[in-house]
Write a protein that binds this ligand. Structure first.
Ligand SMILES: [Ca+2]
Length: 139
């Protein structure tokens, strides 16, 4: 089966963002950083989807112990680090959601309010079996 690619812009100020890509077990899905930059705090600079290794996610961040500012994904409640390139876990089914790794509940400061910028990612997918939702998102 041919692979398909879509591009999505993910914004630093927005919390979980839908991609329109619905994943089922055994699908092959990769997310790849394409360009642009974002930050969790303009005072510490702008990053690509790997974020900054100077600061790690603390308790209350989207994902603890992963670089602040890194791209994070979630499918059906399973949260995982994406960074600049990630082949997704293939055990879940649901829509792929994406977000920047930051203080999501404002436990330490301004949370998402001081975030800025956006990144562009390419999602490449090969479905094991197409569902109606996947057919729609592949159009
Ligand atoms: Ca922030």
């Amino acid at each position: 089966m041919a692979t398909k690619k879509v591009r999505r812009t993910i914004y630093a100020k927005q919390k979980w963002q839908g991609t329109g890509v619905y994943v089922n077990p055994h699908d092959k899905v990769a997310v790849r950083y394409i360009g642009d930059s974002w930050t969790t705090n303009p005072a510490i600079g702008y990053f690509d989807a790997n974020g900054t290794d100077v600061y790690k996610g603390k308790p209350g961040y989207v994902l603890q112990d992963v670089n602040e500012g890194a791209l994070i994904g979630q499918i059906e409640g399973l949260t995982f680090a994406v960074g600049n390139l990630c082949h997704l876990p293939t055990t879940s089914n649901g829509e792929l959601l994406l977000i920047i790794n930051d203080d999501i509940d404002q436990q330490y400061g301004e949370g998402f309010d001081d975030n800025d910028g956006q990144i562009v990612v390419e999602i490449e997918y090969e479905f094991a079996h197409m569902t109606a939702k996947q057919l729609k998102s592949a159009e």
